[in-house]
Write a protein that binds this ligand. Structure first.
Ligand SMILES: [Zn+2]
Length: 109
């Protein structure tokens, strides 16, 4: 089968390592392009990935947050499930820094 991305390579059976938010979910069967390296998972592998991510508590961790004003600062509320996953609580210190103009990282110190 031809690769739908580069349209040059052909797809071969293999395995790919999947991760979500930096947590490894394991290896899953996939079709891998021998030219561009793009991998394609089938529906069953997608279901297994979802199941594993739920088991590990990383499923649905990304959330849209609203920035609110508090004095001269801006406040972002950290949702309870993300705080729990990170193991942080009120009073903890974090390090916040931008990574370019569209992304910021906060690091548990
Ligand atoms: Zn390709």
């Amino acid at each position: 089968m031809r690769c739908p991305i580069c349209e040059k390579g052909s797809l071969r059976k293999g395995e790919v390592e999947e991760e979500m938010f930096g947590i490894s979910l394991g290896r899953f069967p996939a079709e891998i392009c021998d030219a561009c390296g793009e991998s394609f998972l089938d529906g069953q592998a997608m279901e297994e990935i979802e199941k594993k991510a739920k088991e590990l508590g990383v499923w649905g961790l990304a959330e849209k947050l609203k920035v609110v004003k508090s004095g001269n600062s801006l406040v972002v509320r950290i949702p309870a499930k993300i705080a729990k996953f990170l193991g942080i609580e009120a009073g903890n210190e974090i390090l916040l820094y931008p990574e370019g103009k569209k992304k910021a990282v906060f690091e548990i110190t």
